[in-house]
Design a protein around this ligand. Structure first.
Ligand SMILES: [Zn+2]
Ligand SMILES: [Zn+2]
Length: 889
């Protein structure tokens, strides 16, 4: 929808859309900006320009409009105190990893916390009304601005103020009144300083007016009144109108402090630590001037590098100041910002990797490492993590619990970066020769080789990072998270009664509702349909074989083989009980392996995907490295201990919101649940998941779990293959037989080896005797050697290298009409050795060459002696035949 069109329409009727009670009570006047024409509301009748164009833009730097000073964590306490005092519930932040939406990797706004997907619709579920939440949001689009502009962050705290008017909350008048009083009463900003700008918001099929509020050109918040749905002109009022006020906590802290950048008052003591490392004073006049210039120009140009150059010029920054102050300072801010984001993301279970959302995290850590190297900083990462968490833990206690996990993950990732440097260095040299790469080429370099533009800048392969690089990269990795929807003409059919969630009879009667081709729909069924990684049940319906079962929305479709019953028939159905029992054991085992892996490996373990069939199952988990044998053993032991404890497996239904509040977002191991009533499968407090699969009643029913194989299948994902129940016992038995067989095989092999050695030793002793016989003119078969007029050939494996070497040499030196050819195996190679007396008429070199070619190798030598061979054992017979005919004629 065209936003400017909506704005035009709304601004044409300001009394209806924007004129709230506060404006009348306080005497706000409505003005049109003399520069851009936008409408705004102010108490200062002389004001002619909107906040974006105003002369007071960013004049709070060095001269804050408040008498009180609040840093980041203090600012939240002020906000929270104010809203709680005014009847709001303060809700803890939701995870930054957005497990409850399948179209987002990360939480990007506070309102996302309360959006749930139902089919194609987005609905709101608020745990309280009205409420306020300090929601950490991750956004990677402006990564190149972070550290440079003074106000862009890769993660920020959005103060979310939400109210549903029709369920006992408030609407526009009270919202704007609260926001105004938050600024003036709580933060002590003068009433005249606050300017409201008319705007609109639209997205996801709904839209509404909004009022952005500014102080000295800094947008502090935006109160959106989501009110309508449909196309402008044909729109209707939403069933559930919602207030979505989002404000940047970082900016609240900034405006009260008036520091050169928002970073100076939002990262806590970590800044001082970093500043002392690079030895600069961040509060100098020159920096205030420089960052005010940046702030003024940033909205005028798309190209950040240009903005930067302008600010350098306008603030009279010398080259020396640029290199000694600005550049190190930008680096320090970047490190503080990116590290804070990584701490939140890893705490909430995300891992840096090359796929999905993990991608942005890896990029950020590489930017940190690249900056540390470029500026030659001596920093202790663990110490920086501690400093951040110590500062933030009062507002976000969960960070404190995951402190060690965050350190472990970042350590592994950083060392990977160091390892890849040699490869990156080679690539960088090539780039330097070729000239500046394009944005697309830079993206390819990062995607296929992990080379960041920061690294290229660090080694001087490029001079500056093109703007657009990060936004383009982020676009590529934002929308990968997708789902597929299958369509079948089943709309008019009633919902199938799912007996597997009830008594679950393995034999039942049902009525045939619909038949298409070989597909049958029943009114009720115990056949579990493929879903959640669990394979379908098999069995018979009316005597016909069931070969597949799928679920389409609420209808279960059985695919039969050999025929189908008629519509309307009442049929007898039998589920393959043993198969179902095995699959069920494997499914509960998946939950157990998930819990054991998390316990053994760390809190970052999540189910990535799972598959459960009757004779095997696998669980893919999110983990940074391959598993060691000892880790596999520990996970298996842990799993079997859970079986031994014989914990009950409980299944309960909850309202989705209640389940989330009670158990947190860990329940979404298998992904988003698009229904209001959530089926929670819990094994004590060890594992609690929202799951629609079939499960055993007690963990002891599984009897045994054996992990059969593990493999790192992609960056950040490890596959654990396992068997359980009877299959596990069979596996153990097979393993025993196999290892017994292997022991026997080894013994037999050793015996054979020994026999060969003995034969060879015997053969060596035979040399003089055989020589004598051949030289005496004996022909025919002599101990596996074919002799014809002193020309000999053998391919018997009784003879080794030593024999051929000595016998051939001695024979041909004693008689110049003799010749010798031996073919023998040694290791994986078949070798050939040829000796010929001067008057034998045999060309040793030719034979060796020809035979080697047949064997897929090469040979060399001269007329008198040559050797060679090859590895193609399938050609051995052919080689023997050829050699025999060549030498014996
Ligand atoms: Zn304007
Ligand atoms: Zn499950």
């Amino acid at each position: 929808m065209d936003k400017s069109q909506i704005l035009k329409e709304f601004s044409a009727d300001p009394d209806k859309y924007y004129n709230v009670k506060l404006f009348q009570e306080q005497g706000f006047v409505r003005k049109a900006c003399s520069k851009c024409g936008r409408f705004f509301w102010t108490l200062n009748a002389d004001r002619t320009l909107c906040p974006d164009d105003g002369t007071d833009t960013y004049s709070f730097i060095g001269e804050p409009p408040t008498t009180k000073r609040f840093d980041y964590t203090q600012a939240w306490k002020q906000v929270e105190e104010f809203f709680v005092k005014n009847n709001h519930t303060s809700v803890s932040r939701y995870p930054v990893v957005c497990r409850w939406r399948d179209d987002l990797f990360f939480t990007i706004a506070s309102v996302v916390d309360f959006q749930r997907v139902m089919g194609s619709k987005v609905v709101f579920e608020f745990p309280a009304n009205p409420l306020v939440v300090p929601q950490t949001c991750l956004r990677f689009k402006d990564l190149e601005n972070v550290g440079v502009t003074g106000r862009h962050f890769s993660s920020f705290c959005m103060i979310g103020q939400h109210s549903v008017p029709d369920l006992g909350g408030y609407w526009k008048d009270e919202c704007v009144d609260l926001d105004f009083r938050l600024l003036t009463d709580q933060f002590g900003i003068k009433k005249e300083e606050v300017v409201f700008v008319e705007d609109v918001w639209s997205g996801g099929g709904s839209f509404g007016p909004s009022l952005e509020y500014f102080v000295r050109g800094l947008e502090l918040g935006n109160a959106v009144f989501t009110e309508f749905q449909g196309e402008l002109g044909q729109h209707s009022t939403l069933d559930q109108r919602v207030i979505d006020m989002g404000a940047g906590l970082e900016r609240f802290a900034w405006i009260t402090n008036g520091t050169p950048t928002a970073y100076d008052c939002c990262f806590g003591p970590i800044n001082e630590k970093l500043f002392s490392t690079i030895g600069i004073d961040s509060d100098s006049e020159i920096l205030k001037k420089y960052f005010t210039e940046i702030a003024k120009e940033i909205d005028n140009y798309d190209d950040l590098n240009k903005v930067r150059r302008l600010a350098i010029k306008n603030a009279n920054i010398t080259d020396d100041q640029l290199n000694k102050m600005i550049i190190p300072l930008e680096g320090v801010y970047l490190i503080a910002d990116h590290l804070r984001t990584l701490i939140f993301a890893i705490t909430d279970g995300a891992l840096p990797s090359n796929v999905g959302g993990g991608y942005n995290l890896r990029m950020m850590l590489r930017r940190i490492n690249g900056t540390i190297n470029r500026l030659n900083l001596k920093l202790d990462m663990d110490d920086l993590i501690d400093t951040h968490i110590d500062y933030l833990k009062d507002t976000y206690p969960e960070l404190d619990e995951k402190r060690e996990d965050v350190k472990a993950i970042l350590k592994i990732e950083s060392s990977r970066y160091e390892e890849s440097k040699i490869h990156m260095k080679k690539k960088a040299e090539k780039i330097r020769e070729k000239g500046t790469p394009s944005v697309d080429e830079l993206i390819t370099l990062y995607e296929s080789d992990g080379i960041t533009p920061e690294y290229l800048k660090e080694v001087d392969a490029i001079t500056e990072i093109p703007s657009q690089f990060y936004s383009k990269l982020s676009d590529l990795h934002q929308s990968e998270k997708k789902k597929t929807i299958t369509a079948l003409p089943l709309e008019d059919l009633p919902e199938t009664e799912t007996l597997f969630y009830k008594d679950d009879p393995m034999e039942f009667e049902a009525q045939v509702i619909k038949v298409f081709d070989d597909q049958v729909v029943l009114n009720r069924t115990s056949f579990y349909a493929r879903g959640g990684g669990q394979e379908p049940d098999l069995g018979t319906i009316a005597g016909f074989k069931v070969v597949n079962v799928d679920k389409h929305a609420n209808t279960i479709v059985h695919q039969l083989e050999g025929g189908v019953p008629a519509e309307g028939d009442t049929v007898l159905c039998k589920v393959d009980e043993i198969r179902r029992s095995n699959i069920t054991k494997n499914h509960t085992s998946t939950h157990i392996i998930n819990a054991s892996s998390r316990k053994v490996l760390g809190s970052w373990i999540w189910q990535h995907s799972a598959f459960k069939d009757d004779d095997h199952a696998r669980l893919d988990i999110t983990h940074h490295s391959s598993l060691s044998d000892s880790e596999v053993k520990q996970i298996e032991d842990e799993a079997n201990d859970m079986i031994k404890q014989n914990y009950p497996v409980n299944i309960d239904y909850y309202d989705r919101g209640t389940a989330e509040q009670k158990y947190g977002f860990r329940i979404y191991q298998g992904g988003v649940v698009p229904v209001k009533s959530v089926r929670i499968v819990s094994i004590e407090d060890k594992d609690i998941e929202a799951c629609g699969g079939t499960h055993v009643k007690k963990t002891g029913d599984i009897e045994l779990i054996k992990i059969t194989k593990t493999k790192r299948i992609q960056d950040g994902v490890v596959r654990v293959e396992f068997v359980s129940g009877p299959t596990a016992f069979q596996y153990v038995k097979d393993q025993e037989v196999e290892s017994k067989q292997k022991v026997q095989d080894d013994i037999a092999k050793q015996a054979l080896e020994k026999l060969r050695e003995e034969n060879k030793n015997k053969a060596r002793e035979q040399i003089p005797i055989l020589l004598e016989k051949v030289l005496a003119g004996e022909s025919g078969e002599l101990d596996g050697i074919t002799v014809k007029n002193k020309v000999c050939f053998t391919s018997s494996d009784s003879y080794d290298d030593y024999f051929h070497q000595n016998f051939g040499k001695k024979l041909t030196s004693k008689d110049d009409e003799s010749a010798y050819c031996g073919i023998f195996e040694t290791g994986p190679t078949i070798r050939v050795m040829v000796f010929s007396g001067v008057n034998s008429g045999v060309n040793a070199g030719e034979i060796a060459k020809e035979i080697s070619t047949i064997l897929g190798g090469s040979g060399g030598g001269d007329v008198k002696f040559a050797q060679g061979g090859g590895k193609d054992t399938s050609k051995k017979e052919q080689a023997i035949k050829k050699a025999k005919s060549m030498i014996l004629g």
